[in-house]
Design a protein around this ligand. Structure first.
Ligand SMILES: Nc1ncnc2c1ncn2[C@@H]1O[C@H](COP(=O)(O)OP(=O)(O)OP(=O)(O)O)[C@@H](O)[C@H]1O
Ligand SMILES: [Mg+2]
Length: 477
């Protein structure tokens, strides 16, 4: 018995009626379709657990149904029926992902058995994923929060990738969780007991990146006093995470490509090759394809990296997850800060939902951390969220209307309406946070997104700028 229905796709009324009867007699709920378009409609609406489809249909065919089912949910079990007992068609269908086939005339008992096996298989598969997640969590894997169907799809892809040694490319805006997913991928994989080694290609100056990646021998260059292993070596039998790979200088890209293809490389200043067995996971918040078109990224390396591409959708496209993540972070920060559990006021929740989250989950996390620190009662209100300004109206000191902090230079005192509640530290922190963010945004805007220029204008180091950008959840412009 299953809470999800069985989708039965068969154009012949008498046969469909007979099969339906046999399944219902065993307690299954059956949804019927006569052709491919009807089947596709039911796939979306009824979310069946198993699909049983004739290969020959008046409109479309069983292969179309199979493809649509697998596209919607790769774990959906599909059994095909074929009137001609044509092994060739059945084999083709199984190659395309069908679980099994039934030759007509269909024996109802055989059919019921197969449907039950398919349901059991599906259950085992989802239990397996849950168990693996639980096991990985116990081994210290990060917890990925979210119920949005898009996120669940990404998780399924992640599990599938974890079972292979293929290079994975994680693409997503800043703060969507690329590093979190890379760590989870490692923890779910066979290499979980090996090292996870990360390197941020954007944060390391070009001249140092090569020795960071490949290491160097003693005396390889002035200042190379000892031999130093690179990240590639350190990741032996583990996972190497190439973060912000889109920022990798062109010259190094060729060396990375060779290390990936031949699994060997040389330390700087050494003639002998080293062999490494590292699974590479790369991440980028840029459109790598566009970088290829601009000749900023080697096409061959792009193909090599994107064997298994996984796109992480931005938070604004995962509406379901905003309240879930917000509650998760509230709980976490209350625990970390030793505060009593806080509630979220309905107006605050509305505001979280309405906001666009350009800095994605990291911005939401920072926003909640700030709110937990600022709130003095048992509830987080809108004023505690201090949400960033809508992009169309830069320059205001508050976020939305309804905030307590509102600077109006016209009334003589520009700070007259700033929210002064809480302790001195809290009030000062509230203002400096907003000013810092505005300043960063302005500098990045003026520098047209060039971080080195923005850092120079702000007179902070490149690294400090990256850190601040991260803290404020400001993505690349
Ligand atoms: N689904 C999620 N569940 C729980 N925490 C999440 C989730 N997604 C992201 N986070 C948290 O949000 C923060 C940002 O995530 P992460 O650093 O992985 O993003 P990123 O895509 O690598 O960002 P960037 O491009 O800026 O490097 C981290 O603290 C991470 O733990
Ligand atoms: Mg990152």
């Amino acid at each position: 018995m299953s809470s999800f229905p069985v989708l039965l796709v068969e154009d012949k009324d008498s046969l469909r009626g007979m099969l339906r009867h046999a399944l219902e007699a065993q307690g299954h709920v059956v949804v019927e379709a006569r052709d491919e378009p009807e089947a596709i409609q039911h796939l979306r609406q009824s979310r069946p657990a198993v699909v049983l489809t004739d290969l020959k249909l008046p409109t479309g065919d069983g292969f179309g149904v199979l493809r649509a089912a697998k596209e919607l949910d790769p774990e959906l079990q599909v059994v095909v029926m074929t009137a001609y007992a044509s092994i060739q068609d059945a084999v083709t269908a199984m190659k395309e992902g069908a679980m099994d086939f039934l030759a007509k005339p269909v024996d109802p008992d055989h059919l019921v058995l197969m449907v039950e096996r398919a349901i059991a298989q599906r259950r085992i598969l989802s239990e397996y994923i849950l168990l693996k997640e639980e096991l990985a969590e116990r081994r210290g894997a990060p917890r990925i929060i979210g119920e949005d169907p898009q996120l669940r799809h990404v998780l399924r892809q992640l599990h599938r990738a974890a079972g292979t040694d293929a290079t994975v490319l994680l693409e997503g805006e800043s703060g969507t969780g690329k590093e979190l997913f890379a760590r989870a991928l490692h923890a779910f994989s066979q290499r979980a007991d090996g090292p996870f080694v990360a390197i941020n290609c954007a944060a390391i100056p070009e001249g140092l990146l090569e020795t960071e990646l490949f290491g160097h021998e003693k005396g390889a260059f002035t200042g190379a006093v000892g031999r130093k292993p690179g990240r590639f070596e350190m990741a032996h039998r583990g996972t190497l995470f190439l973060d912000e790979v889109g920022d990798m200088p062109l010259g190094l890209q060729a060396k990375i490509l060779r290390a990936l293809e031949e699994k060997q490389f040389e330390r700087v200043g050494s003639a002998s090759s080293l062999y490494v067995d590292a699974r590479v996971v790369a991440a980028t918040n840029r459109n790598l394809k566009a970088r290829v078109a601009e000749c900023q990224f080697r096409e061959d390396l792009y193909f090599r990296l994107s064997v298994f591409p996984i796109a992480i959708p931005p938070l604004r496209d995962r509406a379901v997850d905003v309240p879930i993540l917000a509650r998760h972070f509230i709980e976490r920060f209350c625990r970390d800060l030793n505060k009593q559990a806080l509630l979220l006021s309905p107006a605050a929740l509305d505001e979280l939902r309405a906001y666009g989250w350009p800095g994605n989950v990291r911005e939401l996390q920072n926003c909640i951390e700030r709110a937990v620190i600022l709130s003095d009662g048992d509830t987080i209100h809108r004023r505690h969220l201090n949400l960033s300004l809508p992009p169309a109206e830069p320059g205001r000191l508050d976020g939305e209307q309804g905030h307590a902090a509102k600077a109006t230079p016209a009334d003589g005192n520009p700070f007259a309406q700033i929210d002064l509640s809480g302790t001195m530290t809290e009030a000062v922190r509230r203002v400096t946070t907003v000013v810092e963010r505005l300043k960063l945004e302005e500098a990045l805007r003026n520098a047209r997104g060039n971080k080195a220029l923005a850092a120079a204008a702000l007179q902070v180091s490149y690294k400090a700028l990256l850190r601040k950008q991260r803290e404020h959840g400001i993505g690349d412009t």
